[in-house]
Design a protein around this ligand. Structure first.
Ligand code: PMP
Ligand code: GLN
Length: 382
């Protein structure tokens, strides 16, 4: 965080999307789809506006959406949050994360997060006066390898001041989907050390090759100590609507709501109606969604590998990390700042997802773009 009188830093996404605009570059940086979600969902939000749903919603979200979120958790994971007390709608997952962190972290507390980790975690922990303690994932070996969590390293990071475990699976930016063994290690530690877990599962429906997304809250001993965060922006391709949610036991969700009322209070009434409709989608919608992205992942991974990037196939999300050492580059930030002008493509340096921000020979490409846009990006990179 910046001190008094200093301009706050802009996020890497703002910086890189501005560069994309300036250079007319193909934006494979910021993770937003270049196509809107299903038209009946858009129509449902428009209808809600026309029907006069244009004033504040209740703090926790409209009851219809809370019931739909609870039903979604039950249908997919056999979790049963109470729609009235165990669900709160938020201004995107970002607000849910920030509210949860502010709710549970006091000054001096430590928060353990996987590293690399999504950039808002560090900012929210700083706002709470806490300290982020990163636990590095092991980098993959070979093209078929995946980033993995070492349970011993995780356990060693816990101290008497640890308050919260901040988990993210499927994981941005690595694309790792934590398996049952990794999640089991996290759960065992949370129970043993009596920690609260906040789990960011915004890419829950984006898992590939028949893998399974396992919510942390489904593991033994975890329901009572876990706040699970989701986002409609990802699953329904409406990131600009900023509708997210937190679910869990009533006592924990009440504390998230206590903070949320002073952040946004509430937001997006007509969009909440749209997402209520979206969550009524049948299983086929989710299957097609994942299959569509798996196809784009395959095109992106094969294309980057053919160009010479050191690329690791993601298990989930719409991101892929790519090493740039084969091109003689050591600093992903420099590489990404030069790339738009040099070849008209935007990527994101993964070093921004590390606490030390040290140069890393690695960048992240987003493949939540139309296939022809991905092909054009690859052509320019070639
Ligand atoms: N968590 C992760 C891991 C993300 O990648 C993102 C955004 N891409 C968010 C949270 C924020 O989600 P939202 O746009 O719903 O605020
Ligand atoms: N979460 C998106 C990403 O990782 C970006 C969100 C944002 O722009 N803050 O690309």
């Amino acid at each position: 965080m910046s001190g008094p009188g200093r301009r706050p830093e802009t996020t890497i996404f703002t910086t890189m999307s501005a560069l994309a605009q300036r250079h007319g570059a193909v934006n494979l940086g910021q993770g937003f789809p270049d196509e809107s979600g299903p038209s009946h969902i858009i129509e449902a939000a428009a209808r809600a506006m026309r029907d006069g749903h244009n004033q504040y919603p209740p703090l926790a979200g409209i009851p219809e959406l809370r019931r739909a979120i609870a039903a979604h958790q039950r249908h997919w994971y056999d979790l049963a949050p109470d729609p009235d007390e165990g669900v709160t709608v938020t201004a995107g997952a970002t607000e849910a994360l920030t509210a949860a962190i502010l709710a549970f972290v006091d000054p001096g507390d430590e928060v353990i997060a996987l590293e690399p980790s999504y950039d808002s975690y560090k900012a929210a922990v700083a706002m709470a006066g806490g300290t982020l303690v990163p636990v590095r994932l092991d980098a993959p070996e070979g093209a078929q390898g995946h980033w993995r969590l070492d349970p011993a390293r995780l356990a060693a990071a816990v101290s008497d001041r640890t308050r919260l475990l901040l988990v993210n699976s499927p994981h941005n930016p690595t694309g790792t989907v934590l398996d049952r063994e990794e999640l089991g290690a996290i759960a065992a530690l949370a129970v043993e050390r009596d920690l609260i877990a906040v789990t960011d599962e915004v890419y829950e429906h984006l898992v590939f090759d028949g893998r399974e997304h396992v919510p942390l809250a489904t593991l033994p001993g975890m329901w009572d100590r876990t706040v699970t965060i989701g986002s409609a922006g990802k699953t329904f391709s409406v990131t600009g609507w900023k509708i997210g949610w937190a679910t869990g036991p009533a006592e924990l969700v009440a504390r998230v709501k206590d903070v949320k009322q002073w952040l946004s209070f509430a937001s997006g009434t007509p969009f909440q109606y749209g997402i209520t409709e979206a969550l009524a989608s049948g299983d086929g919608f989710y299957r097609e969604y994942a299959a569509g992205y798996q196809e784009r992942r395959d095109v992106m991974v094969a294309g980057l590998a053919a160009i010479g990037f050191d690329v690791h196939e993601p298990e989930g999300t719409y991101f892929v990390t790519a090493g740039i050492a084969p091109f003689g580059h050591e600093d992903g930030l420099r590489f990404c700042l030069e790339l738009p002008e040099r070849c008209g493509v935007v990527a994101v340096p993964t070093q921004v997802f590390y606490l030390d921000q040290a140069p890393r020979a690695e960048v992240r490409f987003a493949f939540c773009k139309r296939l022809d846009v991905i092909e054009e990006g690859l052509k320019r990179l070639r």
